[in-house]
Every structure is written in structure tokens, then in C-alpha cells.
Design a protein around this ligand. Structure first.
Ligand code: ADP
Ligand code: ADP
Length: 256
């Protein structure tokens, strides 16, 4: 069974500078298997970001449905949508790290936000299980964050600030942050487009290890064909909002 499924999905936006609508996506049918690394390629304006935003429900389809883990996202309550989003990690072209926070604090942020969310909802439940004491909670956080910083080989930089890091190092921290809550989906929007060749390969190597060691389903938008060929199982080509080709790309380990 697919983990992410698009069924006849179309998305239109009101046009910005003229009357009428923009057909950002039209009639998209797509099935992505659990643990698959799935690429999305296409020119600027072809609908790639819209496709990603439909998966974390930042957008809703105008027609059709998007299912994640068998559930139509349109049927989720606001609380269930927030819970679903916490199981999705995001990686951006410009890293989106907080400049005034350390590497450690940046990577820990989703855990802290999730904790606050559960405390708010837990207050209503009188029979809530006894929470961990503050020190052991901090220990658990530290263990998890350092595990991820080790995974992206940034643990020795935990106390630095983003401005002290190379682009490749910043993106490695952003990947650690995206994975710290153990998401089942990683959405990557042009993750290597701001990086030079060496750092691109470094980030590709880490995303390959996310796939082999963590089994996270990855949806990767990129205009760089070498990146798509390097790490994806399959890729969809978008042209003017339509899916015009679905390409099998052998992952590196299958090629050997
Ligand atoms: P890509 O990521 O491939 O550049 P997008 O999904 O961002 O494509 O955009 C697809 C089309 O939808 C483009 O024509 C874009 O201008 C339009 N579009 C995207 N977001 C909006 C929006 N919020 N309002 C109006 N038009 C939008
Ligand atoms: P870059 O080309 O981006 O500098 P490197 O592969 O040289 O990437 O490593 C970047 C940083 O990551 C180095 O400064 C190093 O301190 C750190 N690093 C590399 N390998 C490890 C490791 N196994 N454990 C902890 N930190 C590491």
C-alpha cells in the first residue's frame, strides 16, 4: 500500500495580477511507497512546491484527495492535522535556521514545540500519566538531539551559531532538526540548490543514509538532475501543472 497517494488532484489559485485562475496542478495521480525516495522535477512554476504543500496540508486540493498513511488529509480535524504535521520533517533551500540560536537549540526546536503542544492538550486530561521530571526530560532531549547531530556529523559544532558554519554544514543541521521528532516523511524543497558541488554531495550522502538507516519516506523537489539521479528511486516530471512522465531511477546501491 502506498504511503502517500494523490488521487485526481487539481489545485487552482486565484490569479495574482489578472482575472481568472492559475492551474497549479491538474489531475495528479501518484502513489509513493513507504521508504521510497521520490523526486519531483520541473521548471519554475510547474507546481512542485504546491505538490509538497499539499502533503503537509498547507494547501488543500481544489479537486481530488491527498492521502497519507491511508488517511485522506481533508478528513482530519485541526488537532489531527497538527499531529500529522509533527510527523513530517521539512528541509528548505535556504536552511531556515534561527540565526541567534546555537546548532543544538536549532536541532532541538521541534522537540520543544511538540512538548509545549502536548502540555497544552494534556492539561485538560486529569488522568494524564505523570510527566517525566524536568531533568530527565532534558537528558532525553539531549540524547536525541546529539544522536541526530552525530548522524549528520555536526555534533562537534553543537555550540556554534549558524553564521559560523558553511552552507553544507547549515543544511546538515537543518536535516538533523527535520529528523529529531522521528518523522515518517521528509519533504525536501530544493535542499541542495544553494550549495556548491562538494556540499551538494555531502547533503546527498546524508539523505541516502536517511533512506537506508532510518527508512524515512522522502519527497525531494529539485531542478538538479544529478541530485535526482543520485538518490531517488523514482521521479515525476511536472510541466505546467501536469505530471508528464514518471521515471524509474535506480538508487546507487541497486546500480552496483
Ligand atoms: P514551482 O514550485 O514548480 O515553482 P509552484 O507550485 O510554486 O511551482 O507554482 C505553480 C503555479 O501556481 C505558478 O504559476 C505560481 O505562480 C502559482 N502559484 C503558486 N502559489 C500561488 C498562490 N498562493 N497564489 C497564486 N498563485 C500561486
Ligand atoms: P565541509 O566540507 O562542509 O567542511 P567536512 O566533511 O569537512 O565538511 O566536515 C565538516 C565538519 O564536520 C568538520 O569541521 C568536522 O569537524 C565535522 N565532522 C566531520 N566528521 C565528523 C565526525 N565523524 N564526527 C563529528 N564531527 C565531524
Amino acid at each position: 500500500t502506498p504511503f502517500i497517494e494523490f488521487r485526481g488532484v487539481s489545485k487552482t489559485y486565484p490569479a495574482r495580477r489578472r482575472a481568472g485562475t492559475v492551474h497549479a496542478l491538474q489531475g495528479i495521480d501518484l502513489q509513493i511507497a513507504p521508504g521510497e525516495v521520490f523526486g519531483v522535477v520541473g521548471e519554475s512554476g510547474s507546481g512542485k512546491s504546491t505538490l509538497l504543500r499539499l502533503v503537509n496540508r498547507l494547501e488543500t486540493p481544489t479537486q481530488g484527495s491527498v492521502l497519507v498513511d491511508g488517511t485522506d488529509l481533508a478528513t482530519l480535524s485541526a488537532a489531527a492535522t497538527r499531529a500529522r504535521r509533527r510527523r513530517i520533517g521539512m528541509v528548505f533551500q535556504q536552511f531556515n535556521l534561527l540565526a541567534n540560536q546555537t546548532v543544538y537549540a536549532n536541532a532541538a526546536m521541534p522537540l520543544r514545540l511538540a512538548k509545549r503542544g502536548s502540555e497544552v492538550s494534556g492539561r485538560r486530561r486529569e488522568t494524564a500519566p505523570q510527566a517525566l521530571s524536568a531533568p530527565s526530560r532534558r537528558d532525553a532531549e539531549r540524547a536525541r538531539v546529539m544522536e541526530l547531530l552525530d548522524f549528520v556529523r555536526m555534533s562537534s559544532h553543537a555550540d556554534k551559531h549558524p553564521s559560523q558554519l558553511s552552507g553544507g554544514e547549515r543544511q546538515r543541521v537543518a536535516i538533523a532538526r527535520a529528523l529529531v521528532t522521528k518523522p515518517d516523511v521528509l519533504l525536501c524543497d530544493e535542499p541542495t540548490s544553494a550549495l556548491d558541488g562538494h556540499h551538494t554531495e555531502e547533503v546527498m550522502g546524508i539523505l541516502s543514509r536517511v533512506r537506508t538507516e532510518l527508512g524515512t519516506t522522502i519527497l525531494l523537489v529539485s531542478h538538479e538532475l544529478d541530485v535526482i539521479k543520485g538518490i531517488c528511486d523514482r521521479a515525476a516530471v511536472l510541466e505546467g501543472g501536469r505530471l508528464t512522465a514518471l521515471v524509474d531511477v535506480a538508487p546507487p546501491d541497486a546500480r552496483e
